[in-house]
Design a protein around this ligand. Structure first.
Ligand code: FDA
Length: 419
């Protein structure tokens, strides 16, 4: 380590967390020499693809209950450093005004993720932060009072390092898990990872599975994830049936719970209430009304009052109820069995589409090894960790970016120590 290192702070990773950390650090300490390194030629690719190209920047209501992984008390403390109104104000300051959409999601008024990335990069330039694209970091070592960094463009020395390398989701954007190895070599523990917010694959050969037949159809559901007999998560929202299984908001939100249970050997299972919000008694009363009005209607016709007609058709075939069974001829036991079945329809999940289709990574650097007042490592002085690399994953709705912004604010403020 030279007596005078090349920079005060080297931030590895120019995604949401790395860019925002650099901005907060430079705003707090204008004299701080900050350099952001990214292996990708065009950093920020994940911001560009986020929210269907519109970037769901945050949510009107963010609490620790919206996150999984490390201890909620730590998440809460970090979130307090940059609450939602401060996040909205931050983006307004850099020229991105936000508006609210369904479920409290906040998007840029321009509807362009590109504007979010451009605003962050522009602010970086205005503050005089050096951004080096195409600088892949191969190794980091602790040297004397600082760090030696091997990059694809040569060595660099720094007094402090921020690991903002993301997790394993969508690896083509540059986040391939390298940061976990750096952190482990510097003394950290990695909580085993799984994809999260990821489409799920369903066994088409299992009994009563009809996803492929209704591929492309979406419907509201209530999903219940169980580990053995224990219910571990309940999710409401739209479900999209696909040729391989299930996707859409409800499936994505349920995915981490199923995959974590599988990782932990918990025998996960998934069931869908296909007529969510309806009590058995109400459903049965409606069914009997319909029977009086249209006794010769098919079972699928009755089910189609509760769900998309194509799903109703597929479901009655899966229950072996042919078109010759009418509302008038169906027995009371069959009717009741069917109404119970649609309230807990088994979906035979076998796994996920993997990190290439995941929006985020569950697991990562153990949160207990970070000081939530600074995001400093408790294992290696001078090391800071922000964003998805940590063992925290949010549900769908802007929470993962909020985690990036909040961790960035905490670390950015703390880095003034190195000015
Ligand atoms: P991120 O992965 O963004 O950045 C890490 C950076 O580090 C990359 O640029 C990578 O190139 C760089 N890097 C890695 N290793 C390196 C090395 N060895 N050397 C140099 N550089 C290295 N969230 C949300 O809140 N709202 C949304 O709308 C969406 N939508 C969405 C859609 C899709 C398709 C995906 C995949 C994800 C989302 N997300 C989301 C999740 C959100 O994008 C994610 O949580 C954040 O981008 C994580 O930000 P980070 O900066 O932590 O990692």
């Amino acid at each position: 380590m030279p007596a005078s290192p090349d920079v005060d702070v080297a931030i590895i990773g120019a995604g949401a967390a790395g860019l925002a950390t650099a901005i907060f650090a430079k705003r707090r300490s204008p004299a701080l020499r900050v350099r952001v390194l990214d292996g990708a030629r065009s950093p920020g690719a994940k911001i560009l693809v986020s929210g269907g190209g519109r970037c769901n920047v945050t949510n009107v209501s963010v609490t620790s209950a919206d996150f999984n992984g490390g201890r909620p008390a730590i998440v809460k403390q970090v979130l307090r450093a940059l609450p939602v109104p401060a996040t909205i104000a931050f983006f307004r300051e850099i020229g991105v005004t936000l508006h609210e959409e369904e479920r409290g999601k906040l998007f840029p008024d321009s509807h362009r993720a590109r504007d979010v990335l451009d605003a962050l990069v522009h602010e970086l330039g205005r503050l005089g932060v050096e951004l080096r694209a195409g600088h892949r970091v191969a190794a980091i070592s602790r040297v004397d009072e600082g760090f030696a960094i091997d990059t694809s463009q040569g060595p660099l020395s720094a007094r402090a390092i921020v690991l903002a390398t993301g997790g394993l989701s969508l690896p083509k954007t540059g986040s391939d898990g390298a940061g976990y190895t750096f952190a482990q070599r510097l003394g950290h523990t990695v909580v085993p990872t799984t994809p999260a917010l990821v489409p799920l694959i369903v066994d088409a050969t299992a009994p009563r599975q009809f996803h492929a037949r209704v591929s492309g159809v979406s419907q509201p559901v209530h999903l219940i994830v169980r580990a053995g007999e224990t219910s571990i998560a309940r999710v409401d929202g739209p479900l999209l049936w696909t040729h391989f299984g299930i996707s859409g908001p409800a499936a994505l939100d349920a995915s981490r719970h199923w995959l974590r249970a599988e990782l932990e050997g918990g025998a996960p299972s998934l069931a869908a209430d296909l007529a969510p919000g309806e009590r058995f008694e109400t459903l049965e009363a409606r069914w009997l009304d319909l029977t009086r009005q249209q006794p010769r209607a098919s079972i699928a016709r009755a089910l189609a009052t509760l769900m998309p007609a194509s799903v109703a058709d597929a479901l009655s075939s899966a229950q072996a109820l042919g078109t010759d069974t009418t509302l008038a001829t169906v027995t009371r036991d069959t009717r009741r069995a069917l109404l119970h079945a649609i309230a807990a329809w088994p979906i035979a999940v076998t796994g996920s589409r993997g990190y290439s289709y995941a929006e985020v990574t569950a697991g990562g650097i153990a949160l207990d090894e970070i000081d939530p007042r600074t995001m400093a490592s408790r294992c290696c002085p001078g090391l800071y960790l922000v964003g998805e690399i940590l063992d925290v994953d949010g549900r769908l709705g802007g929470f993962n970016f909020q985690w990036a912004w909040s961790t960035a604010k905490v670390a950015g403020d703390a880095l003034s120590l190195f000015a």
